[in-house]
Design a protein around this ligand. Structure first.
Ligand code: PLP
Length: 360
């Protein structure tokens, strides 16, 4: 079977050229006679891999020098605990914004370690928007404010970042890191699971401002302490070597394409094809409107469960894979991350057009 267009929310499609390079290097990585999975994480060959990956990510995101970049195990979900462990330094108070299931999980974990206040939520409308946020909603004494920049399940994105004043802003950027341009200096911490827009699962990227490192709660497990990992250059223990290697290849691919702003332009165009079609369609409906629409995850529905099921089945047969929506939203969801080629989205829209003609 040839490669399909894979609209999975995560683990998600990876750039084909990256997979090809990985395949080519698999048995003999750079003349070592071993694969990159089989060499020491302290070897010269792997040191080059991790240092290049960090340098390329710094250049892609324009990360200022006073931020550390960490490649850690445990995915994004470990960060739900790692953030409070490291940032509840004095007052053990934090403000969270609830924009979906991932926010809820972060909130639940934060509550185990301190005084977590949910200052705004969009759960009244099935999370189909981002609540209005003003600076006076935040506690100026809080240790941090936590947001989920892009909501993978509901397909929403912050149209602008909240102004938190002097309180560090922490963002779970799992599903839109490198998909659109962000000013890293506006954040205290950015974290992201790799398997949406960066590489294979099993790794989190953490970008943390240096002054927030070194104040972890007493009793913080060594593996959950940013300071330990920062001092060891992400090699306190064995890091997720293969994921780091693959992420590095994705960074190189992205740099070759012109970086994040060029990618964002392509992403906006891809998303606009889908949204424009959805807005004109008589049978397909977009579940998110206006400025909150994500350019990474696009949920949509048909008028009946039968039609949803028929659509997913026929789309799969046409080589448009993994379009089933999240179980809590139903319908469909097209995840169109960086690695989804424009042709894939074009083919999807063509398929939807034909489906509409055939079924109305
Ligand atoms: C996928 C996802 C997570 C969970 O990531 P894991 O690596 O599986 O822990 C957390 N937050 C967001 C926004 C996600 O999309």
């Amino acid at each position: 079977m040839g490669r399909v267009f894979n609209f999975s929310a995560g683990p998600a499609t990876l750039p084909e050229p990256v997979l090809e390079i990985a395949q080519k290097e698999l048995l003999d990585f750079k003349g070592t006679g071993m694969s990159v999975m089989e060499i020491s994480h302290r070897s010269a060959a792997f040191t080059e891999v991790i240092e290049k990956a960090e340098a390329d990510l710094r250049s892609l995101m324009n990360i200022p020098d006073n931020y550390k970049v960490l490649f850690l195990q445990g995915g994004a979900s470990s960060q739900f605990a790692m953030v409070p462990f490291n940032l509840f330094s004095s007052r053990k108070k934090a403000d969270y914004i609830n924009t979906g299931q991932w926010s809820k999980k972060a909130i639940a974990e934060g509550k185990r370690y301190g005084d977590v206040h949910v200052v705004a939520s969009s759960d009244d409308k099935m999370f189909n928007y981002i609540p209005e946020i003003t600076r006076d909603m935040f506690d100026p004494e809080a240790d941090y404010v936590h947001i989920t920049s892009n909501n993978t399940i509901y397909g929403t994105v912050y149209p602008e970042l909240p102004d938190t004043g002097d309180v560090p802003l922490v963002a779970d950027m799992s599903s839109n890191i490198l998909g659109q341009v962000y000013d890293v200096s506006k954040f205290g911490v950015i974290y992201a699971g790799a398997q949406k827009n960066v590489g294979p699962a099993g790794m989190a990227i953490v970008i943390v401002r240096e002054d927030l490192i070194g104040h972890a709660l007493e009793g913080t497990p060594v593996m959950f302490n940013y300071e330990i990992h920062a001092n060891a250059g992400s090699r306190y223990n064995t890091p997720p070597c293969f994921a780091i290697y693959m992420a590095g290849k994705v960074f190189e691919w992205l740099l070759d394409l012109g970086g994040v702003s060029a990618m964002e332009e392509v992403n906006r165009e891809k998303a606009s094809w889908l949204y424009n079609f959805l807005d004109d369609s008589k049978i397909f409906n977009s579940t998110v409107k206006g400025e909150y629409r994500s350019i990474m995850n696009v949920p949509f529905i048909l008028p009946s469960e039968e039609l949803n099921a028929k659509f997913i089945k026929e789309a799969t047969e046409a080589g448009l894979s993994t379009l089933k929506g999240h179980r809590t939203v139903g319908g469909m969801r097209a995840s169109i991350y960086n690695a989804m080629p424009p042709e894939g989205v074009k083919k999807l829209v063509e398929f939807m057009k034909k489906f509409e003609v055939d079924n109305s």
